[in-house]
Design a protein around this ligand. Structure first.
Ligand code: CP3
Length: 343
């Protein structure tokens, strides 16, 4: 395997000094690039995920077109519930639908911890192909959903602003809920390890709905499972934990030993650093909607963000995924402002 020509991201995750911060954008693969939309017109979502050549092409697009410092695998967090035995559909303009969600013990009995090589081998094939095509230009980020966020979809059966049915399941059937979280955790550990063995240089855990829980409930329903995953993976490759909205638990998340912590735009750089301590790399936190601002505003606000985080242990990113309607030159302005910056 060739060594990396651009290892800003990995150096930053290891806490080494660099001349500028690395930059990538959550959900950079897919969504807003016209080159992606053309592929979307020809193949279904899971065809795109399950065909290594397509996943590879989509993964490389933001590297080639926007010039980010890292590639993120094109896939979805919901391939794990799929591998565990649930049907998952992605319906355009509606988002994910799981037609037979887990509501009872009988539903739960249908769920298994799968052999990841048998059920998710296409992901590892895609990673091997992507690494070959990247040819060491930038590192590759693998990923998975955090157990709490996956439980939300597996129980609610669709997207939701509150995930009230998922919470009701936890509060009425806590033992089953914890068993389910443990099964997701075991699957995710095997899945991320195999992503790393196939070539992922670092992995990110997305707890997109962590912020729906109170701090006490986050400590019960999310953090223990994130901790298990970090402990099992962090010595094989650096782990970035992004629990959107769960700024109250940055200190506890840093204590898991994760090398990176993602933050959204609802916390300032100085508060995040104060909570997380100085031994972890922070990643974020530009408001994705601010990419709709005029380019000079994007440039000024991006510089302001970089100065606020200060040198070292910082990865420039958005505070959540890039929005589908963002003009490509606005995304490029964000990325280029970071690349032209020097501490
Ligand atoms: O950078 C990347 O985009 C890499 C691939 C990626 C996708 N999903 C592809 C995708 C990643 C990292 C994800 C993560 C993901 N998926 C999360 C966590 C991150 C977050 O945004 O909070 C969540 C909650 C999901 C579940 C999911 N998948 C939803 C809610 C949707 C529909 C709306 C949306 O977010 O786009 C999807 C579909 C999906 N996953 C699309 C893509 C490119 C859009 C479908 C399409 O283009 O046809």
């Amino acid at each position: 395997m060739s060594t990396l020509q651009n290892d800003l991201l990995l150096k930053t995750l290891r806490g080494e000094q660099t001349s500028r911060p690395p930059v990538w954008m959550m959900r950079q693969a897919g969504r807003y690039l016209p080159e992606y939309i053309r592929i979307r017109e020809k193949y279904s979502f899971f065809e795109r995920c399950q065909t290594p050549e397509l996943a590879c092409e989509i993964t490389l697009q933001p590297v080639d077109i926007v010039g980010v410092d890292a590639a993120i695998l094109f896939s979805d967090i919901l391939v794990v519930p799929q591998a565990m035995g649930l049907e998952v559909q992605l319906i355009e303009h509606k988002g994910p639908v799981l037609p037979d969600p887990i509501k009872s013990n009988a539903d739960f009995a249908r769920i298994r911890v799968p052999d990841v090589d048998e059920t998710l081998g296409y992901v590892f094939d895609a990673i091997r192909l992507i690494k070959k095509e990247l040819n060491g230009r930038v590192p590759l980020i693998g990923f998975a959903g955090a157990p709490w966020t996956l439980l939300c979809y597996m129980v609610q059966g669709k997207g939701s602003k509150t995930f009230d049915e998922a919470k009701a399941f936890c509060y009425t059937q806590p033992e089953t809920a914890h068993q389910l979280l443990q099964m997701i955790t075991d699957t995710t550990i095997a899945y991320l390890r195999q992503q790393i063995h196939a070539g992922a240089d670092t992995v990110q855990l997305f707890d997109s709905w962590g912020g729906l829980l109170s701090p006490d409930d986050f400590a019960v329903w999310s953090l223990p499972y994130i901790s298990q995953i970090v402990a099992a993976v962090k010595d094989e490759a650096p782990v970035i934990v992004f629990a959107k909205g769960a700024w109250h638990s940055l200190e506890a998340m840093a204590a898991t030993g994760a090398q990176g912590l993602g933050i959204d735009w609802c916390i300032s750089a100085s508060m995040a650093r104060q909570f997380a301590g100085d031994k972890v790399t922070l990643q974020g936190n530009f408001d994705p909607a601010k990419l709709f601002a005029p380019i000079p505003v994007i440039e000024a606000e991006t510089r302001k963000m970089l100065r606020a985080f200060g040198p070292g242990r910082y990865i420039a990113n958005l505070g959540h995924g890039i929005l589908p309607q963002v003009p490509v030159d606005h995304a490029k302005a964000f990325v280029n402002t970071v690349k032209e910056f020097a501490w």
